[in-house]
Design a protein around this ligand. Structure first.
Ligand SMILES: *[C@@H]1O[C@H](CO)[C@@H](O)[C@H](O)[C@H]1NC(C)=O
Ligand SMILES: *[C@@H]1O[C@H](CO)[C@@H](O)[C@H](O)[C@H]1NC(C)=O
Ligand SMILES: *[C@@H]1O[C@H](CO)[C@@H](O)[C@H](O)[C@H]1NC(C)=O
Ligand SMILES: *[C@@H]1O[C@H](CO)[C@@H](O)[C@H](O)[C@H]1NC(C)=O
Ligand SMILES: *[C@@H]1O[C@H](CO)[C@@H](O)[C@H](O)[C@H]1NC(C)=O
Ligand SMILES: *[C@@H]1O[C@H](CO)[C@@H](O)[C@H](O)[C@H]1NC(C)=O
Ligand SMILES: *[C@@H]1O[C@H](CO)[C@@H](O)[C@H](O)[C@H]1NC(C)=O
Ligand SMILES: *[C@@H]1O[C@H](CO)[C@@H](O)[C@H](O)[C@H]1NC(C)=O
Ligand SMILES: *[C@@H]1O[C@H](CO)[C@@H](O)[C@H](O)[C@H]1NC(C)=O
Length: 467
């Protein structure tokens, strides 16, 4: 903790001056107009303000104002080689909803704000960035997003960065994808997706039908997905209908972070999330790596999963997930598994098959021996009102070791779970926990048929509720 905080605190000095700032209005931005021409003009004004700040000795702040509740609609901006720049966003910013005109590189759409190869960046303010994701999500179901979907904030090879205050809403895809980064503080902010609209879309396009298909969550409106080192995330609320925070692996091919490590996420609340997640981690010939990650003081309301650690299929290379701590978790009415550690539960185009999605109804869900998992601790985890305790599965040729479950108490809907965890090849300690997972054995799946039937019945009931 100290190790993470100290370098960040010295960073806070960056923004201690405030006076002269580069207001986008002074660079030609027009508020309260949402047409495409204005959105491009505003993106140009924003870029001009950044260039002005970036070439000033003394005034290195870009300002999006809020006087008179101004709203600004913008097209995306890509920025390279910034150093010591503050973005103060007090106004309400919309991503343009003109997908036909949205810039792309011939393969993928540009992220809304993409910052690369930069240092000492501060993003702050009381404003909002609203992705207006609805039509992007809708088009995803009919496979009409030709170049994919933009993310609100994309960063690559950025060091020394603070992101705080600004609210993120309804991103077409992830809200923050932070790749190969180092020394980040993300705090005091909210990420919120209109999950009810997403659910309506899923039902409308038959993707919430548990009986026929798979309860996929294809929208990938993740909250914060970092791959990097020395990251502190605190006091953040996330409602996203997908992973809340998903720590992605780094590897020796990265330039800045060779491993995703030293990551601390504390004081978080999530609504309808798919987890405080590690992964997914596919094997990599450059050695995929996630190490020293702590999730502490987290409240999960109606999560699809709470603790979620997932490997991915793949036949080349290897990887590791180690020294992971989940501490002080409160889980309220989990919709699916409380705890899921094992092969990723999503249908992969390149393998994995549908088995993992509705495991154990379908049992073809291979564990991944190329990703070593060790020293994973869950301490003080309390759950109420769920239906299914969890799955913890490693491969027989590379068992998971040094797992600890301490004071992990899961109270099911009907006061007690009828069945315990499904565990395979997990070695470690269980202290004062209920239900107790069966560690130190190759497999405890004698209940698996009962669990599958129970799960099937439950899915049926959910479906009846949907209709
Ligand atoms: C910012 O300034 C640096 C150094 O002068 C320059 O290399 C870089 O291209 C500038 N970036 C932008 C977006 O203006
Ligand atoms: C960042 O820019 C501000 C404003 O120009 C300046 O006062 C400060 O010294 C700069 N910080 C660094 C670390 O260069
Ligand atoms: C701009 O639009 C917002 C939201 O629609 C409205 O509240 C505000 O009064 C408008 N501001 C101006 C200056 O027109
Ligand atoms: C998070 O949600 C809680 C409860 O609704 C609220 O008290 C808190 O201010 C929120 N924090 C942020 C950073 O939005
Ligand atoms: C989390 O909240 C607690 C209680 O408010 C506070 O003592 C602690 O410092 C917070 N943690 C972080 C990392 O800010
Ligand atoms: C990760 O944790 C281990 C064990 O506490 C420690 O030896 C190592 O220095 C840590 N790594 C980093 C990058 O902090
Ligand atoms: C296991 O991980 C914890 C963090 O959860 C760390 O404090 C501890 O030092 C690690 N143990 C070993 C042997 O690396
Ligand atoms: C363990 O891994 C091997 C090699 O990938 C695989 O063939 C096997 O099916 C896995 N075991 C299970 C139970 O998934
Ligand atoms: C597994 O074995 C280890 C080492 O013998 C022991 O410390 C631990 O308590 C055992 N775990 C369980 C759940 O029995």
């Amino acid at each position: 903790m100290r190790r993470i905080l100290l370098p960040l605190i010295s960073l806070l000095g960056i923004a201690s001056y405030v006076d002269a700032r580069h207001n986008i209005i002074d660079h030609g931005a027009i508020h309260n107009q949402s047409d495409t021409a204005t959105a491009f003009k505003n993106a140009q004004a924003f870029l001009d303000a950044v260039i002005a700040a970036n070439s000033s000795e003394t005034d290195r702040e870009v300002y999006i104002p809020s006087e008179g509740n101004m709203v600004f609609t913008l097209m995306p901006t890509q920025l390279n080689h910034l150093k010591n720049i503050t973005f103060t966003i007090d106004g309400y910013v919309y991503l343009s909803d003109d997908d036909k005109s949205w810039p792309n590189d011939g393969h993928t759409t540009n992220d809304f704000l993409y910052i690369q190869d930069s240092e000492d960046i501060h993003i702050r303010g009381k404003g909002t960035i609203d992705g207006q994701g609805y039509w992007w999500w809708m088009r995803e179901y009919i496979v009409a997003n030709k170049f994919g979907r933009p993310q609100i904030l994309g960063m690559r090879r950025v060091q020394n960065c603070i992101i705080e205050g600004v609210k993120f809403r309804n991103s077409p895809r992830y809200h923050m994808e932070l790749n190969d980064i180092n020394n980040f503080l993300i705090q005091n902010l909210e990420i919120r997706v209109d999950v009810l609209e997403q659910k309506k879309l899923a039902i409308k396009y038959g993707r919430f039908n548990f009986k026929l298909g798979i309860p996929t969550f294809p929208l990938n409106t993740d909250g914060i997905d970092p791959a990097g080192s020395n990251i502190l995330i605190r006091n953040v609320n996330i409602t996203s209908y997908d992973d809340s925070i998903a720590v992605k692996p780094a590897n020796s091919g990265f330039q800045i972070a060779k491993c995703s490590e030293n990551i601390w996420a504390e004081n978080l609340t999530t609504w309808m999330g798919v987890g405080m997640t590690i992964g997914s981690v596919p094997p990599n010939t450059n050695h995929a790596c996630v190490r020293n990650v702590t999730f502490k003081n987290v409240e999960f309301w109606f999560p699809f999963k709470a603790v979620y650690i997932k490997s991915n299929p793949g036949n080349n290379g290897d990887g590791i997930i180690e020294n992971i701590l989940y501490e002080n978790l409160k889980i309220f009415e989990p919709i699916w598994w409380n705890i899921y550690i094992g092969p990723q539960q999503q249908k992969q185009p390149d393998g994995g098959g549908p088995g993992c999605m509705i495991y154990p109804i379908i049992k073809e869900c291979e564990t991944q021996p190329r990703i070593t998992m060790r020293n994973i601790t869950l301490r003080n985890v309390h759950s109420v009102g769920g239906l299914l305790p969890g799955v913890i599965r490693c491969n027989e040729t590379n068992p998971c070791t040094d797992f600890t479950f301490e004071n992990v108490k899961l109270d099911g809907l009907i006061s007690d779970f009828k069945y315990g965890f499904i565990t395979e090849n997990i070695f470690g300690k269980v202290i004062d926990s209920y239900p107790a997972p069966s560690f130190n054995q190759s497999s405890t799946n004698e209940d698996i048929e009962k669990i599958a039937n129970y799960f099937k019945k439950y899915l049926h009931e959910l479906e009846a509720v949907e209709e």
